[in-house]
Design a binder for this molecule. Sequence first.
Ligand code: C5P
Length: 222
Amino acid sequence: AGNLPLAGRHVLITSGPTHEPIDPVRYIANRSSGKQGHALAKAAFEAGARVTLVSGPVTLPDPANVNVIHVESASAMLAAVESNLPADIAIMAAAVADWRVASEGTQKIKKDGSGRPPALELTENPDILATIGHHGSLRPKLLIGFAAETQNLIDNARGKLERKKADWIVANDVSPETGIMGGDANTVRLVSRTGVEDWPELDKTEVARRIIERAAEALAVK
Ligand code: C5P
């Protein structure tokens, strides 16, 4: 395997949504399927890497030959990512919930008969990509984020590149009519500090292969 492009490298990937508990039986979630992140894990293994996949709740099977760590919340995802550093390449493909419920109840919330619904107070989740982007010596050599947007795709991606100190942002338009969220295909734009590349519509497995191929090339010259 010594001639594979990522032989001897550790690749750390996040995938899927997060579930943020409201009470013991309810949670806040999003429509991420995990298809893109899981495809990246498979592609990284096929390129010869040792792969750690930190996955939120998905219905996909664990990719073969990958160390899969299952988590539910953003806080647990951050803890799993940090405890699996260092990594040569980190790809944060998870759709992490921006907010969680400020004080998770230990008991199921009940209707109180007043007709007034309960008010849920939210608090911001840690930003996993930004946290590891700002890590000093533990920052991966190549740090890749995703940006799913419904408007101002490139401006938003560039903003994330700077704020989160990522090297690349893989930007995709997730407007409902694109069918990307949950679908098998993806049309992405690779945003780096040197420019923007438009990729054609590709299967998520092919998007994954190309990202891994490009990442291996970038790592080789770093
Ligand atoms: O949600 P947002 O568009 O800011 O996500 C951009 C990137 O940041 C994605 O790569 C996502 O995985 C990552 N992210 C994260 N932790 C968060 C929010 C986003 O790692 N709390």
